[in-house]
Write a protein that binds this ligand. Structure first.
Ligand code: ATP
Ligand code: MG
Length: 145
């Protein structure tokens, strides 16, 4: 567990880029990451920085209504970034209906999930955790597993 204090959106972006560079790319399945933290704690901001660093040109927003967005990247290993927002979901079952099983079987997928606690029963055992805590208007604590 590594703990960072972010004092700005830019700090969060920097932490996200360093995290991306540190990822293990030898997994046999997708790398699944649960982004924990309250409304406005910085989960989407972190994801946007990861997407940008991976060469995604599209605009990345919280996919609150579509639940899941898939981006093609220019990353040498993770050729797809999948951004899931489980805020509106009540059960993992609803994610399974969006082909989640297939997505987690592909080692070239990096899957970031906001509100992972809503779908906890279907998260793979090796799901990584990043926890965001709102401290004040500009300060966030980010704990990376
Ligand atoms: N240090 C910081 N790191 C990240 N975001 C910050 C920071 N300081 C201020 N902010 C602001 O906080 C907000 C974070 O919003 P963001 O959408 O990333 O949160 P979220 O965790 O995805 O929320 P939600 O659960 O509603 O999807 C943004 O408006 C951002 O500009
Ligand atoms: Mg969000």
């Amino acid at each position: 567990m590594k703990k960072f204090t972010s004092k700005s959106k830019e700090d969060t972006a920097k932490i996200a880029c360093e995290w991306l560079a540190s990822l293990d790319t030898s997994g046999k399945d997708a790398l699944v990451v649960g982004l924990y933290g309250n409304l406005g704690s910085g989960k989407t901001t972190f994801t946007q920085a990861v997407a940008k660093e991976m060469g995604v040109k599209d605009i990345v927003n919280s996919p609150t209504f579509v639940i899941e967005k898939i981006y093609e990247t220019k990353h040498p290993h993770f050729i797809r970034l999948i951004h899931i927002d489980a805020y509106r979901l009540e059960k993992g079952r609803e994610l399974q209906d969006l082909n989640f099983e297939e997505l987690i079987n592909n080692p070239h997928n990096l899957i970031l999930i906001e509100w992972p606690e809503n779908v906890k029963e279907i998260l793979p055992a090796n799901t990584k955790k990043i926890a965001f805590t709102f401290i004040d208007e500009n300060i966030r604590e980010i704990e990376v597993q």
